[in-house]
Design a binder for this molecule. Structure first.
Ligand code: ZN
Length: 738
């Protein structure tokens, strides 16, 4: 049985109010933990920035790399459901950053997809700083795209704007450090293994893996536009196949629009969710004989226009009565919107993650083996910083629209059918609620008339663009970026575009690229959650409905049109070869570390119960298991945060098989394996246990096994490593023959 770790779901509003209160109290008594860690200034260029190598004709120089970015797996809030009580209590699958570098002989571009909720402006700026220290001007804001897969079970704590710091308990140095170093290391590895190679592209349709969670909003798009598409989510999956000049596979990179929310808000283990599972399965298939996260082949499954695309494909139902939820509000007669939850396709969240991940893996594998169309042609990168609070959209010669200062609507606090919020907030709210408006006005003041008018029909819950304490609540300066490799254009978008928003963007960029004669048959993909997080981007028509996605479109009803205008500008510059003349735009702020706050305390010293030692077994394994069963062992443990950088510790867990002939133990699974689960059970006053589970797959060989756990405990400022080892146990295919 999976360990049930149900926690209370709180809405973003509740946290905001709660933390505002905490902040005010903390400020008044001077208790805010101020992070004053020294900036890492000792970085030296460890290797000279290499000059671009001339590839053989019709080929590129390619590098691929993967590195761990898991971070501390205890106490830090998971990033996604905006629930500060959903803190990490263990590890299911490790998180990785995957980098792909392509050079055409004169220009170079990098695409990074990392198993994290989203790339934040802070994260990107810190990564770019490190890259500059190491490589000079080789890797820059205009040729490096960073995309998050949008797993909701990765670490939080890597943001500099107040709203995001509140929902992830502040700026947490160990968390952001792990992600920055993971991304940089994945680029280092890709950079070091660059060699001449070829890139092929293929695409296909993937069924039964996503479902529109706001069909009511989608239906508000013009009928003639909807008629052009068979489905209300994108079923298209696009893959790139990277090979060396001998045709040996180096890597695979794909885009498919689905939310990695198969793991829901009751989960407390760090997990890369469905897209991460697809990468895991693809890499395990290619890197035979390697443990997960090891081996040369790199398979990246990147997010796309997943704004309204859910993996919970059985759809929303009222969990208490089995009735259909209200179509507009996604609420239930009994239990309100909290009772309206979408599940599937599996029986539990683990099985759902595996099934959706497996679907993507299998389709990508089929497309990879059938990929024949080769990419040829030059590489381009175009990038600008844009003040998104101050954009004028030119619809025609007389009609214009404007973007707004950021603000979140009431339905933002309602959440979605993938995880609903608390209180009486529902989706599709265009009226607001005087009760909450009153509380908001008391605490942070009402939104200005200008902002209210600009966002109409959104009833404003938080006028974040007018909130600056202790730091701005939302960004104003946003990255827009496109890179092209031959006819392929990768459009890096700063958030979660809905299905139709993504379609409009792809079409506009394709048209612009082809209009100027330099491109024929351009293939445009949308890469989601890139560079900076600005929540959702709906179409103007979807915005009118004000479900969760519309309420979270922070720059107002013309946000999408403003982006399309900007990305058209980038595409035009690429097509005309004038990217160098694009104005850079206003640089985003980099707030000093002592202005950021951290609400996650350092862990206390560890204690072992009387007459026990760290790593000692408290609950032993059974002597024998059948495949399909779960071997489980519980140890006395320290806080996993005392293991420091768990990345360099390689694994917290091993499953080992005994070889009679040599008398040795062989590691068959690590903590990155799908089959292993590491649960950390926090007690009081420094006491804690760790339970390691091995969900024995039917493919497991019969034989003798043991489980080991590698931990650290801290007492009086001294960190000590320990190893716990279970009794040996047997695994059989059936209890009847052994
Ligand atoms: Zn999302």
């Amino acid at each position: 049985m999976a360990r049930k770790t149900v926690c209370c779901r709180l809405s973003a509003l509740e946290f905001s109010l709660m933390v505002l209160f905490l902040l005010m109290t903390a400020v008044s008594v001077g208790l805010i933990t101020v992070l004053a860690l020294k900036a890492d200034s000792e970085k030296q260029p460890e290797e000279p920035a290499p000059t671009t190598v001339n590839p053989p004709e019709n080929s590129y120089v390619i590098g691929v790399g993967r590195a761990d970015c898991t971070g501390p797996v205890a106490d830090i809030p998971l990033m996604g459901y905006a629930n500060t009580e959903q803190t990490a209590r263990g590890l299911h699958t490790r998180l990785f950053s995957r980098a792909f570098i392509v050079d055409d002989g004169s220009k170079r571009v990098v695409f990074v997809t990392a198993d994290i909720g989203m790339v934040s402006q802070r994260l990107r700026l810190e990564v770019l700083q490190e890259l500059k220290g190491k490589y000079g001007d080789l890797y820059r804001q205009d040729n490096v795209i960073m995309s998050g897969t949008h797993t909701h079970s990765g670490m939080g704590g890597y943001f500099q704007y107040t709203l995001f710091m509140i929902t992830s308990s502040g700026y947490i140095k160990p968390s952001i450090q792990a992600i920055v170093s993971g991304i940089v290391k994945s680029i280092d590895i890709a950079h070091r293994n660059m060699r001449p190679g070829r890139i092929f592209i293929n695409k296909g349709q993937l069924a039964d893996s996503n479902l529109n969670r706001s069909p009511h909003s989608y239906m508000n798009n013009p009928e003639e536009e909807r008629k052009r598409y068979e489905f209300n989510t994108d079923k298209q999956i696009v893959i790139l196949k990277f090979t060396d000049m001998d045709g040996d596979g180096m890597g695979m990179l794909s885009w498919f629009a689905v939310h990695p929310v198969s793991m829901n808000y009751t989960n407390r283990m760090v997990s890369s969710d469905n897209l991460g599972y697809a990468s895991y399965a693809f890499e395990q298939d290619k890197n035979r004989g390697f443990l997960p996260g090891e081996g040369p082949f790199v398979a990246g499954f990147s997010s796309s226009n997943l704004g309204d695309s859910s993996p919970n494909i059985r759809g929303p139902v009222c969990v208490n009565t089995g009735e259909k939820c209200d179509y507009l509000n996604s609420s239930c007669p009994i239990g309100g919107k909290k009772a309206c939850i979408a599940f599937g396709p599996g029986e539990d969240m683990f099985e759902s993650t595996r099934i959706v991940g497996e679907n993507m893996f299998k389709k990508a594998k089929e497309l990879y083996s059938g990929a024949k169309q080769e990419l040829h042609g030059p590489i381009h990168g175009a990038h600008q910083w844009v003040n998104m609070t101050d954009e004028t959209v030119q619809f025609n010669s007389t009609h214009t629209g404007r973007t707004c200062k950021p603000a979140l609507g009431h339905s933002f606090a309602a959440g979605t059918t993938d995880g609903g919020g608390e209180f009486n907030f529902v989706q599709g709210d265009t009226d607001g609620d005087p009760f909450w408006d009153g509380i908001r006005d008391e605490l942070v003041g009402p939104p200005s008339t200008e902002t209210q008018d600009c966002h109409r029909p959104k009833p404003i819950l938080f006028s974040t663009g007018e909130m600056f304490s202790p730091l701005p609540w939302h960004p104003a300066i946003v990255d827009v970026q496109i890179i092209t490799i031959g006819p392929l254009a990768i459009v890096a978008v700063p958030g979660e575009f809905t299905t139709m928003s993504g379609r409009r963007m792809r079409e506009a960029v394709k048209q612009e690229l082809e209009m100027h004669g330099a491109f024929t048959n351009a293939e445009v993909v949308v890469a989601g959650l890139c560079n900076i997080y600005t929540h959702y981007i709906t179409t103007y028509e979807e915005y009118q409905i004000q479900r969760y996605e519309g309420a979270s479109t922070i720059f107002g009803p013309h946000t999408l049109s403003a982006y399309i205008q900007r990305y058209r500008g980038l595409a035009k510059a690429i097509a005309q070869g004038s990217t160098g003349e694009l104005p850079k735009g206003p640089e985003p702020p980099f707030f000093p570390e002592d202005k950021l706050f951290n609400l996650v305390k350092d862990p206390v010293d560890d204690k072992a119960p009387i007459n026990t030692t760290f790593g000692e077994v408290l609950e032993q394994v059974d002597p024998i298991y059948k495949v399909g069963e779960i071997a489980s062992v519980t140890f006395v443990s320290g806080n996993p945060r005392h293991s420091g950088d768990i990345v360099s510790n390689k694994t917290l867990v091993t499953v080992e098989r005994f070889h009679n002939d040599t008398g040795t133990w062989e590691v068959v699974h690590s903590d990155a394996s799908w089959e292993t689960r590491f649960h950390w059970i926090k007690g009081t006053r420094g006491l804690s246990n760790a339970t390691v589970e091995w969900h024995i797959p039917s493919s497991a060989q019969t034989g003798t096994y043991r489980i080991r756990y590698f931990g650290h405990y801290k007492q009086s400022n001294v960190v000590t490593a320990y190893v716990g080892t279970s009794d040996a146990f047997k695994v059989t295919k059936s209890f009847y023959y052994f």
